[in-house]
Design a protein around this ligand. Structure first.
Ligand code: SF4
Length: 468
């Protein structure tokens, strides 16, 4: 893989600060970095890899920006709202930076790639802008920024390598994520991802397996394979490889208890992959398969490449594989040109599929995408449709969850319940969240048999059926 280049930005110099580099693990003067992550699992994974690199290069990681010499934001550009949140968190740090001159503020990832060096012009207090392919050299870039340089690292670069993941330095917990494919070569009319993350880059099978072994050796038991269109994995490799082969190979690794993959694209989820749900016992019976709309007209305008009928056919193939595969969906409400009839088609798709989970978004135009020049429905219409899709989904998921009352589910324990630490939380093989009182002695990553007693739209409550 080729190395990237990071050009110094010829703009206003940040106040120069005495900076002494110290590589020793024991040196208490090691610069402190707070890395704040927004957005998807891929971003969380990039941050984990970046943190491992920063530790290797002698930085200390802190959670509290008030203690930090540098605060870095790993950002999301998929929706305008995500960008607004980053900007407001950034601005909230200015008083802190006033009290600590020389404190570096940095923008990483998708927003950095989207706005480029202009970010340094617009935000003179920011001195580091590093794109989606520069996480591997963050330590070097940060040293320069701490020494007073203003830097935009956007061109070239490369994806992280398996050896750069250090699950012992940055613990993974029982659930770990492994990127099997980066970028996207699809051209959905609303989406900024291909322009900020580049085209598909599938990682070779052996490299994926090496990283999976590293995280399993470090204590993970539940792996999620990540890609923007994960089921298209292998299409860009030479020789071409099949996603079903990858799933089989990862499924056989020692120590694995559960295997997930996200996000799937309805065009690529083939019969071989669907058949694995009836075959591989540790493969979670859950597929995140975003339809985005239930209307053919809108799907065409979105350039999704499939029709409602094709989507339903894929769902049918998954369900025919047996083992009760659950489907999670994403929807965009208020895409340009969406009529009441189109919106009705989305509502009817929700009913027809019976999604176990849905992620429902209000359309927001992203600069440079084909949809950005198209006229969207008025904001109040988008808000109402969004509310209607959410309400219907809540009704469906409550109904689907109630069907499980009285059944016994095998739950993979994730840890204490976030709302009530006297209870444990975990997930079923169908990816449903279950809260239950432990018997004592359960650890994250254990499997527990739980009888379901109560259900809400988002989770289940139960009690242990057996001893620890
Ligand atoms: S498949 Fe479409 S929506 Fe998904 S990342 Fe690629 S371009 Fe974006």
């Amino acid at each position: 893989m080729g190395g990237g280049h990071a050009g110094a930005f010829p703009g206003v110099k940040a106040p120069r600060r005495a900076f002494s580099w110290a590589g020793s693990e024991k040196n208490l003067n090691r610069p402190k970095v707070a890395l704040i992550t927004f957005g998807c699992q891929m971003n969380k994974l990039d941050s984990e890899i970046a943190e491992a690199g920063l530790l290797r290069e002698g930085f200390q990681l802190v959670d509290d920006p008030a203690e930090a010499d540098a605060v870095l934001f790993n950002t999301c550009a998929v929706r305008a709202h995500a960008e607004e949140r980053v900007i407001s968190r950034l601005a909230a740090l200015y008083p802190l930076q006033d009290r600590r001159p020389g404190m570096v503020l940095g923008i990483l990832g998708c927003m950095a790639q989207e706005h480029g060096a202009s970010f340094l012009d617009r935000f003179p207090r920011v001195s580091l802008v590093a794109g989606t392919s520069h996480f591997h050299q963050l330590g070097t870039l940060l040293q320069r920024a701490l020494a007073g340089e203003r830097i935009a690292a956007l061109e070239g670069g490369r994806d992280p390598e398996a050896s750069e993941r250090d699950p012992r330095a940055v613990p993974v917990g029982p659930r770990a994520f492994v990127a099997v494919q980066r970028g996207c070569s699809m051209g959905c009319a609303y989406c900024i991802v291909p322009s900020v993350r580049g085209p598909w880059r599938s990682r070779p099978l052996e490299e994926v397996l090496e990283e999976c072994r590293r995280v399993l050796d470090a204590g993970a038991v539940d792996l999620t394979l990540l890609g923007q269109t994960v089921d298209a994995w292998g299409r860009d490799l030479s020789p071409r490889a099949r996603f079903s082969e990858l799933l089989r190979a990862v499924h056989d690794l020692p120590g694995l208890k559960r295997l997930h993959f996200v996000t799937s694209h309805p065009l690529f989820l083939d019969k071989e992959t669907a058949a694995l749900f009836g075959e591989l016992p540790r493969l979670a019976r859950w597929v995140h398969l975003p339809p985005q709309s239930g209307s053919d007209r809108v799907l065409r305008a979105m350039r999704r490449g499939y029709t409602r009928a094709k989507y339903l056919e894929t769902v049918e193939t998954l369900r025919e594989a047996g083992a009760g595969v659950e489907i999670a969906g994403d929807f965009i409400c208020g895409f340009p040109g969406e009529t009441e009839e189109d919106h009705g088609a989305t509502l009817s798709l929700l009913e027809e599929v019976g999604f176990s989970q849905c992620y429902v978004f209000k359309y927001s135009p992203r600069p440079g995408t084909p949809a950005a020049s198209m006229e969207a429905p008025p904001p109040e219409v988008i808000r109402r449709r969004h509310g209607e899709v959410l309400a219907l989904h809540e009704e469906i998921s409550a109904r689907r969850n109630r069907e499980l009352i009285g059944t016994v589910q095998e739950v993979l324990v994730e840890g204490p319940s976030p709302r009530d630490s006297s209870r444990l939380t975990g997930r079923t093989i169908h990816h449903r969240i279950v809260h239950f009182p432990g018997l004592g002695g359960e650890r994250p990553g254990d499997l527990a048999r739980v009888r379901i007693r109560e259900a809400s739209p988002v989770s289940l409550v139960g009690e242990r059926e057996d001893g620890p």
